[in-house]
Structures are given as structure tokens and as C-alpha cells.
Design a binder for this molecule. Structure first.
Ligand SMILES: Cc1ncc(COP(=O)(O)O)c(C=O)c1O
Length: 417
């Protein structure tokens, strides 16, 4: 057992690296609880993007300095993505965002399937890992089965999930963490179940990535997709695809790029080089929160620290939120199960529309989301879709206990009206 205590994050110091966190609304510090919709970025990310645009802006493969520097950006971005996701650089594909990449990859894998083959999705997932499967199922006569949510605690019904899998299941598409309820399903069990029937384990790590270490190869995931703008980087998507699949799936490519091996076969046209530069800086920022010889090792320890801070925030938030009169919290509320969720909280307050709550909070400089956040299956399963969904407050490693308190104090005032 490792008994070495890890030093906690220095939250005050790391917050100073994020220019946006100094923002004020009507003289009060803004509180960014919209992290599950997009995080803020440290100054190093902004500087890297500016430096690229100022000094190295060019297309790839040319016989001159700025083009060579742009080639180097690509190589650095693949290496950073490999470290971040526990993959090989050749397994990485970048794209506009997760949704676009996922549609593209689903189309590619669907070309290898035949009518009657099955895909399992879940009620916990963001629609970015549901609709691509519904679309390809329509195109190719596939069957989509949906694993149900247990509305009581916002977890998946794992027995029902396993019962859906069979010899025709080819893809099991699931999320590593719910962007609505924070739930982290039992990925190990889902991957093993998928592989037992010979299906691909296809994980959406978009919400998970700022909160937990991803280890594609270690977990045995076949595909992982995520979005750097959720973990302190610029707007961008990335996929890590098991190498033999990355080199063999039919990709939509122009000639002669269609002959290129590996993940970048799924990169169509010219990418946002400035975003790739910012992405590398974001991974380096995350790694700077940890210690170790290699960037991968620093990421391991950084995430340990992030988890420790976020679990403490979760315990504090659970204790306070559940005491707000009339507040209904969706998802895991048991403090003993803190490790099964991210610090993302969706709730409603009796007699108050979610939009109205978010507006009141927004006017006080507290930024929350309301609605379904495209976690359509989950919000429908909870019976909230017709009534405006729920309010979502999402904490990140830069969130403080004082900010959680300011949120809950504001909710107390709303509930009292
Ligand atoms: C869990 C989850 N999956 C997928 C997406 C879609 O990501 P993108 O905006 O990169 O397409 C989001 C965005 O909110 C998300 O939270």
C-alpha cells in the first residue's frame, strides 16, 4: 500500500495562472461553475496560442521555417495527447470537437458492420455518444439498445446493461463520467462486459478528463474521445483509437492523405494549429500540478491531487446542498460514495424554474448551466425535460470552498422566496 501522503494542490497559487478567474460582475468576483460546459484557460495556454499565431503560422509540410515549426506542433500535440490518454502518438486523431470526431468515427466503424449488428448506448450519456450511433444504425440497419439509468442515485443499472449485450453487440458506447449528474460508471465492468462478447469499448471521456486520469491502454478501451476545452485548453476535440483499428477503419480522406497510417487518417483538412499549440500547453499545465520524472508520471500525481481537492469540495457541497429547503439533488448524494462521482451537481428547487435560478445566480456573478446540457437521455429519464431540466453547478480543481459557500448561500436565498 502506498502510504506516502501527497501534498495538496495550492489552489490560491494555481488560480493566479487563470486570468479569467479575476473577472468581476458588479464588483464581485465571478464564480465559474460552468466548467462541464467549458473550463477557463491558464495564461500559458493563451501565450502559446498567441506565440504560434505571431511567429509560426503556416500550413504543414513546406520547405521553410514556419511550416517546419507547424509540423513540430503536430508532433508535440500527438505526444501530449498520448501522455494524457495512455495511448501511442499514432493512435491520436484531432478534430473540431468530440461530437464531430465521434460522428466521423461511428461512420467509419459502421462501414465494417452488417445489418442486425447491435450497439449498446446508455441513458447516462451526453448525446454526442448516442446520436452518432442512432444515425449509423438508421443508415446501416443496426440495432441500438439503451442501458437504463437508475433514477434514484443517477447510476446505470449494471445488470440491465449486461443483459443487453450479446453475440451481435459490436460497440458498447458509454461515458466515463456524466456531464449531468457527475456519475462515474464502473468502467472496468463495462469494458470487460463489452470484450466478453467481442464488442468494442468506446468511451466518452469529455466530462471525465478534467477530473480523472485516463488510461486507454491500461483500461483496455478501444476508443476514447474527449475535448481539451473542458480541461483548460482551447476548443478542440481528440480521439485515441487502438492502433490496429486506427489503421484499418475506412476513413473519409482526400488523396493522397488516405495512404497515411494511424489516427491522423481521421483528420480531415487543415486543423487549428493554434488550438493544438494551446492543447500542448494545457497538458503541460496539468502536468505542472504533479511531480515525477516524465510528463505521464507528473500527470498521474497531478490527478491524484485534483481528485483529493475535488472530493473535499464534493463532501462540502453535498452537506450544504442537501440542507437547502426544497432543493432536489439528482445523482449520488451519499458522502460515502464520493469516489463514484465528479463534483458536478444538478438540482432543482421547488417552485423555481431552472432558467430563473440560473438567471438569478448569473446576475450575482455565479455562472451555472440550466436545461439538459445535451444529456438528453438522462434528463428525460429523470422526468425533467418538459420542465426546463435542472440547474448544473460544476466544480473544477480551481474551485474553492468559499465559492461553493457563495453558491449555496445564494441558493438558500432563492429557496426562501
Ligand atoms: C460528456 C460529454 N460528451 C460529449 C460532449 C460534446 O463535446 P464537444 O462539445 O467537444 O462536441 C460534451 C460537451 O458538453 C460532454 O459534456
Amino acid at each position: 500500500m502506498n502510504t506516502t501522503a501527497i501534498a495538496p494542490l495550492d489552489v490560491a497559487a494555481l488560480r493566479r495562472q487563470f486570468p479569467a478567474l479575476a473577472r468581476e460582475i458588479d464588483g464581485r468576483p465571478a464564480i465559474f461553475l460552468d466548467g462541464p460546459g467549458g473550463s477557463q484557460v491558464p495564461a500559458s495556454v493563451i501565450a502559446a496560442m498567441v506565440a504560434y499565431l505571431q511567429g509560426s503560422n503556416a500550413n504543414l509540410g513546406g520547405a521553410f521555417a514556419t511550416s517546419a515549426e507547424s509540423d513540430a506542433v503536430y508532433a508535440a500535440a500527438r505526444a501530449a495527447a498520448a501522455d494524457l490518454t495512455g495511448s501511442l502518438p499514432e493512435e491520436i486523431a484531432f478534430g473540431a470537437n468530440m461530437t464531430t470526431l465521434n460522428f466521423q468515427l461511428a461512420h467509419a466503424v459502421a462501414r465494417t458492420l452488417t445489418a442486425g449488428d447491435e450497439v449498446v448506448v446508455t441513458e447516462l450519456d451526453h448525446d454526442g455518444n448516442v446520436s452518432p450511433w442512432l444515425r449509423v444504425a438508421e443508415d446501416r440497419g443496426l440495432v441500438v439498445r439503451t442501458a437504463p439509468l437508475r433514477v434514484g442515485d443517477g447510476t446505470l443499472d449494471m445488470d440491465a446493461f449486461e443483459a443487453l449485450l450479446g453475440p451481435r453487440t459490436k460497440v458498447v458506447a458509454f461515458t466515463l463520467a456524466s456531464n449531468a449528474l457527475g456519475t462515474k460508471p464502473d468502467a472496468r465492468r463495462m469494458i470487460d462486459a463489452a470484450h466478453r462478447v467481442g464488442a468494442l469499448a468506446w468511451a466518452d471521456a469529455v466530462h471525465y478528463a478534467p477530473h480523472g486520469r485516463i488510461d486507454r491502454a491500461g483500461l483496455g478501451l478501444d476508443v476514447v474521445v474527449c475535448s481539451p476545452y473542458k480541461f483548460f485548453g482551447p476548443h478542440l476535440g481528440l480521439a485515441a483509437i487502438r492502433h490496429d483499428l486506427a489503421v484499418s477503419w475506412p476513413a473519409d480522406r482526400v488523396r493522397p492523405a488516405d495512404e497515411e497510417p494511424a489516427g491522423h487518417r481521421f483528420e480531415t483538412g487543415t486543423q487549428s494549429h493554434e488550438a493544438l499549440t494551446g492543447f500542448v500547453a494545457a497538458v503541460d499545465y496539468l502536468a505542472s500540478l504533479g511531480e515525477g520524472e516524465t510528463r505521464a508520471a507528473r500527470l498521474d500525481s497531478a490527478y491524484e491531487r485534483i481528485v483529493a481537492h475535488e472530493e473535499a469540495l464534493t463532501l462540502h457541497a453535498l452537506a450544504r446542498l442537501t440542507a437547502v429547503p426544497g432543493l432536489q439533488l439528482y445523482g449520488i448524494a451519499d458522502p460515502a460514495r464520493v469516489s463514484e462521482r465528479t463534483p458536478t451537481f444538478s438540482f432543482t428547487i421547488e417552485e423555481h424554474a431552472p432558467r430563473a435560478i440560473s438567471e438569478t445566480l448569473g446576475a450575482q456573478g455565479i455562472f451555472t448551466w440550466d436545461g439538459n446540457y445535451y444529456a438528453l437521455n438522462a434528463i428525460r429519464a429523470l422526468g425533467l425535460e418538459a420542465s426546463g431540466g435542472a440547474v448544473r453547478a460544476g466544480f473544477l480543481h480551481y474551485t474553492t470552498v468559499a465559492e461553493v459557500d457563495r453558491l449555496v448561500d445564494a441558493l438558500d436565498r432563492i429557496a426562501a422566496v
